[in-house]
Design a protein around this ligand. Structure first.
Ligand code: GLA
Length: 721
């Protein structure tokens, strides 16, 4: 696994109990977050915005408000932190006690601001990791104390940020199974707006842990001041947005304190997850590009590495398959030319065979009837056909109809004296329990030890927590939400220690677990079980605001009634794959798909690592258009989708972005299905499809719609030598 070498160079340390004379400046290429101390030696945030040319001028900034407000003293609003001391005193008074700035490398620095209570032995450290070129800041908090017995933490934000603008506009993402990441934008009003999750596992089934905050007015793709932010935590989260009577906006972000009082032992460090944000002064497009670059370089496992194309069998077979059927499907994968076959749910359990979602979950032995020659044979057969083999697991869950349930009732989260509550006929294992962690680790480790050829894992998590009670935690029931996630990370850490490179797809009944905490251990994620290409445009569009293309898995399936071309074009937007019965393809469809995969292979570096420009939003028009441009601006890929053409047939040119105005480009359509080239107006210049970047960005490119149904186009744009 890629790991940063922490070369801590101590630049500055200010001794305790003195006010900080000069401002503490956390800078990236374009932004500055500035803190000072006030007369009472409290830390105050004085600025967050565009970097000033003259750093001296930060001295002129005057106090806003306390930077990280603890509860119990003079605070009148939502607090960032609340502690109950051993003597029952519920207050904290944080005074500045020093700052340390360390440089990790030329691009990354960490600022640590130390706060101390002046009466109780409690330390609070605020960390700011600044990524200069990407304009991203990660913030987290560490809390420690030296009282005799555990203190109780009832609020423990990762970050508190303050803004001082006329108006604030919030863009949030909500959904449910099959309709993930629906975007909503609204103006914040006085009082508190909260976006949170109380679902434990599959935490973002209803609300996603990410938002845009636009200053003064809604930002567009290219204009406006906007902060894009997210929390690196695979569990309950909470963002609160409070406008105070002075019109200051306080944004408090972190794990959700709901039912999570934490008993912190003396000298233990309570570290909150990282809150990640970028401030763009040129709209949402720039904010996304910042996050994409940061994620690929610093957060996602193997973010800048290869990804495998695959054929999955979930929608092609569901639970209904056996060894012979799978080997037949391998032929499809081979014919298509994908890298890997991914065997989905239904391959395991014997006493209670996994023939539906009602039984078998937890019993990770091959089902002897379906797979008489076990996984080894499948791996061998796949290899014979020149493809790799991958497999689905859901190791954190259990069906009541399983041997695991019978043998280890104490490993399951369920309330005593209450009926069990099922979702998809299953229960959640207690990941806070080290024995369960070992079990989950072993599910993967034993399989990979036996079959080191396995080239891919899809890791699912199909339900949220309800009626939860951990036998292991005993009196500390309120730790379950947090300790579950820590247990999950512990397993992933151990697995990554041993298997640093294996690609693993993060899945959670579709996209119920898409966050940057988990993405440290995963190479990609499954955005939604909804693979209807029309709906997918919206789902993928929304994910693209926060995640880079090589992490978003899109499969071409039989869902929906759009043409194979349309489905292929939609899937090509990010990481393309298949989940379809290839043997049912006509010859033409097969040839089209083979060519599409070849083109994808040629262009994937542009799509994955190029700068993404969202050109026309499906939320605003009956079209969606986007493009990727590589770093040298020599190659680009442009996607355009016409949706609702019956109602509205928009054909005005789409203006490109990100090209070099002085370069000449050839625009060539790819993914053309035989005999289905739509309309003669492929570009303003007829067949002569060579234009300057200047022309394409100022005049635009005409894309003709389809014949009354949804249509789509993909163009390869290449610089002319
Ligand atoms: C979840 C996943 C699907 C599939 C099924 C298998 O719903 O999102 O892709 O793997 O589980 O049961």
């Amino acid at each position: 696994m890629k790991r940063l070498l922490y070369l801590f160079v101590l630049i500055l340390f200010c001794g305790s109990l003195f006010a900080q004379e000069s401002p503490i400046i956390i800078e990236t290429q374009n932004t500055a977050l500035v803190y000072k101390t006030d007369r009472q030696n409290k830390l105050v945030q004085v600025y967050f915005g565009q970097k000033l040319n003259d750093a001296e001028e930060y001295n002129k900034l005057f106090s806003m408000n306390e930077a990280y407000v603890p509860a119990g003293m003079d605070n009148l609003h939502e607090p960032a932190l609340r502690i109950l001391h051993n003597d029952g005193n519920p207050s904290l008074s944080l005074k500045f006690d020093g700052v340390e700035i360390s440089k990790v490398d030329e691009n990354v620095s960490v600022t640590q601001i130390i706060l101390k209570d002046d009466v109780y032995p409690v330390d609070v450290k605020l960390f700011f990791k600044a990524f200069k070129n990407e304009d991203v800041i990660e913030t987290w908090t560490e809390i420690q104390h030296n009282e005799k017995k555990p203190v109780v933490l009832t609020h423990f934000a990762s970050s508190m940020l303050q803004f001082d603008k006329r108006d604030y506009w919030l863009t949030q993402f909500h959904g449910d199974w099959n309709k993930e990441m629906l975007m909503q934008e609204s103006q914040l009003t006085s009082g508190i707006k909260v976006i949170d999750s109380k679902l434990g596992t599959r935490a973002n089934k209803f609300q996603a842990p990410m938002f845009f905050l636009s200053m003064n007015e809604p930002s567009t793709e290219t204009e406006g001041e906007v902060v894009a932010a997210t929390l690196a935590w695979t569990g309950n989260f909470k963002f609160s947005f409070e406008i105070t009577p002075t019109n200051t906006l306080r944004v408090i972000s972190g794990m959700n304190p709901y039912a999570s009082e934490y008993h912190l032992k003396p000298n233990d460090v309570f570290k909150t997850p990282e809150f990640i944000y970028t401030y763009s002064f040129n709209g949402k497009g720039q904010a996304s590009r910042n996050l994409h670059k940061w994620a690929q370089k610093y957060q996602v496992l193997d973010g800048e590495g290869e990804r495998l194309t695959l054929l999955n069998n979930w929608e092609a077979t569901y639970f209904d398959f056996n060894e012979d059927r799978l080997v037949e499907l391998f032929d499809g994968a081979q014919k298509l030319g994908v890298d890997l076959f991914l065997l989905d749910d239904g391959w395991f359990a014997n006493k209670y065979p996994r023939n539906s979602d009602r039984a078998g979950l937890g019993d990770w032995q091959e089902n002897k009837e379906k797979l008489p020659h076990r996984i080894g044979y499948l791996v061998e057969q796949a290899e014979k056909k020149g493809i790799r083999f991958g497999i689905w697991i859901e190791p954190e869950m259990v069906n009541p109809k399983s041997e695991l349930y019978e043998n280890h009732p104490d490993w399951i989260l369920k309330l005593p004296n209450r009926p069990e509550h099922y979702s998809r006929n299953q229960l959640v294992l207690d990941m806070a329990n080290p024995e369960v962690q070992t079990f989950v680790f072993d599910v993967v480790d034993q399989m990979l030890t036996k079959h080191p050829e396995i080239g891919f894992i899809k890791w699912d998590c199909n339900r949220e927590m309800t009626n939860e009670y951990s036998q292991y935690l005993g009196e500390n029931q309120s730790h379950i939400y947090i300790d579950y996630v820590k247990g999950f990370y512990k397993v992933m850490e151990d697995l990554r220690e041993k298997y640093p490179e294996l690609p693993i797809m993060l899945c959670s009944g579709g996209g119920g677990r898409t966050d940057y905490g988990a993405m440290k251990y995963f190479t990609e994620f499954w955005p939604s079980d909804n693979t209807d290409a029309y709906d997918r445009i919206f789902i993928q569009w929304a994910y693209s605001y926060f995640f880079p293309a090589n992490t978003i898995c899109n499969h071409i399936t039989s869902m929906g009634d759009q043409s194979l071309k349309f489905r292929t074009d939609v899937a090509m937007m990010d990481k393309m794959g298949y989940d379809i019965r290839v043997e049912e393809f006509t010859e033409e469809e097969l040839a089209f798909s083979q060519q599409a995969l070849k083109d994808y292979d040629r262009l994937k570096d542009v799509i994955w690592f190029g700068d993404m420009y969202r050109l026309i939003s499906p939320y605003e028009e009956s079209r969606a258009a986007l493009m990727y441009v590589n770093e040298s601006k020599e190659k680009a890929v442009f996607f355009c989708f016409d949706i609702y053409t019956y109602r509205e047939n928009i054909t005005n040119p789409v203006k490109f972005q990100g090209l070099d105005p002085d370069k000449k480009y050839e625009v060539k359509e790819i993914n053309v299905q035989q005999g289905r080239r739509f309309g003669p107006f492929m570009g303003p210049g007829g067949d002569n499809n060579v234009f300057s970047g200047d022309y394409l960005m100022k005049v635009g490119y005409n894309v003709r719609g389809g014949r009354g149904d949804m249509s789509s186009h993909v163009y390869e744009i290449s610089v002319l030598e």
